[in-house]
Design a protein around this ligand. Structure first.
Ligand SMILES: [Zn+2]
Length: 305
């Protein structure tokens, strides 16, 4: 089916006459590419798939130019999870964990206690943004609902799911205001009952249906009898942002002594991108050149810097 083969797709929908909106995402080959870069135990893999879907949904709801990062570093078995999505929906994600393959673990055991951090690195300027919420909840979706409630003040419901083939999710959001032309109490009551119907519709979606059914059918099931407008698909792909320049920056950050020590130990300094598995290798000449080219601008700034 075309759905399975597509790298990934994102679609937005609106409830007519109400300040209620939703986003749906499904990752196909983008998810398969992402998880093929490293081997994860099934419980970590499905958390990573949910996180990859979630970061796309977050990127869809927030207006930004640059890269959005969702990460948590807690006391659990997954020490670190990072998922990133650019404003044009290029996605990457990685997790560090200490689980054996096939070892079971609950969500709470995986994440432990810590914070979920959502940040935006802007392309343009210093217009960066960060939101932090404690990792509380029994699923990643619940943690993110709390994130939206706390950081964005937007009532939000989320369902996330992943298997080996696909990952995906749906997000519902209630925006401020009553919407429509009518005001007053009856409009408020109508909005509230529509919002409750939507949430009930989302709860009714079985995980295997959310992973496989066409977006039109899913949105129809969630919206029920309410008029709903589903917008066209935006492609989502797996892509890494690593580059020679970025990795050179990492080597500089190590410092020349540590870089030389690594060279002496191993004959070469190799840095592997965690997200895509690409190797960046530096021999002794590369390392010396890297630090020599850094020395010039520093010297120009004068001794006080
Ligand atoms: Zn990379």
């Amino acid at each position: 089916m075309a759905d399975t083969l597509a790298p990934g797709e994102l679609r937005r929908f609106l409830l007519e006459g109400h300040p209620l909106r939703g986003h749906w995402v499904r990752l196909g080959s983008a998810w398969q590419e992402l998880r093929a870069r490293r081997s994860y135990p099934p419980v970590v893999e499905s958390l990573l798939g949910e996180a990859a879907s979630a970061v796309v949904l977050l990127a869809a709801t927030l207006k930004f130019a640059g890269t959005l990062t969702m990460q948590f570093a807690g006391s659990g078995r997954v020490r670190l999870l990072v998922a990133q999505c650019s404003d044009d929906f290029r996605l990457r994600a990685v997790a560090h964990h200490d689980l054996a393959d096939g070892e079971p673990a609950s969500f709470e055991e995986l994440v432990g206690s810590g914070n979920l951090v959502v940040s935006v690195q802007s392309d343009a300027s210093a217009a960066n943004y960060q939101g932090i919420v404690p990792l509380e909840g029994s699923t990643l979706a619940e943690c993110l609902e709390r994130y939206f409630e706390g950081s964005e003040q937007l009532p939000t419901r989320l369902k996330l799911v992943a298997d080996r083939e696909r990952a995906g999710g749906m997000l519902l959001q209630r925006l401020p205001g009553h919407g429509g032309a009518a005001g007053g109490e009856s409009a408020g009551a109508l909005l509230q009952s529509t919002w409750e119907d939507l949430q009930q519709g989302l709860r009714s979606l079985a995980p295997e249906v959310l992973l496989a059914a066409p977006a039109t059918a899913l949105v129809q099931q969630v919206a029920g009898e309410h008029d709903c407008r589903l917008f066209g698909a935006t492609p989502v792909s797996f892509a890494c942002r690593c580059s020679d320049e970025r990795v050179a920056g990492l080597v500089r950050a190590l410092g020349i002594d540590e870089a030389r020590a690594a060279l002496a130990d191993q004959g070469a300094l190799t840095i592997t991108c965690e997200f895509c598995g690409r190797d960046y290798a530096y021999d002794a000449v590369d390392v010396e050149q890297l630090f020599a080219s850094e020395a010039l601008p520093r010297a120009e700034r004068g001794p006080l810097n």
